[in-house]
Design a protein around this ligand. Structure first.
Ligand SMILES: [Zn+2]
Length: 138
């Protein structure tokens, strides 16, 4: 931890006194803790936690399944995946939901296909693109 430039974590004024001090005074300490516990912050924290969990589930599922990384929709929900939370849409066919650097396509019917993505684009796996290449070229 940087102790050279210590500032109050509430008002950001430079701190004087004990090295382990984090706030100017009780006012700043109370203000900070009340702000952390506000309903607005609770909502954001819950959504952030859900997104973090969604990404972890997508990553684990991606890594534990062979290409094309498909699992039943129920399996993903059983893990705790919450479909209404995503960070972006995937702008390719088939349409899918992005969660940071992973995404989920709702296909084939009843199944999910887990993909890695870069922004709104689906990242193609090497083996995946090679087999597409071999199959598609005359
Ligand atoms: Zn302060």
């Amino acid at each position: 931890m940087n102790t050279l430039n210590r500032n109050c974590i509430c008002c950001n004024k430079p701190l004087k006194g004990r090295m382990d001090k984090r706030f100017c005074d009780d006012y700043c300490r109370n203000h900070f803790h009340n702000a952390i516990k506000s309903p607005e912050n609770n909502l954001m924290r819950n959504v952030n936690n859900a997104l973090t969990k969604n990404r972890r589930i997508l990553k684990n599922t991606y890594q534990s399944t062979p290409p094309p990384h498909q699992v039943p929709v129920e399996d993903l929900m059983q893990e705790g995946y919450v479909f209404r939370y995503h960070t972006h849409f995937l702008n390719e066919e088939p349409k899918g939901y992005g969660c940071y650097d992973y995404g989920v396509l709702l296909q084939p019917p009843g199944m999910c296909t887990i993909v890695q993505c870069e922004g709104t684009r689906i990242k193609k796996e090497n083996s995946f693109s090679i087999s597409l290449h071999n199959g598609a070229q005359p």
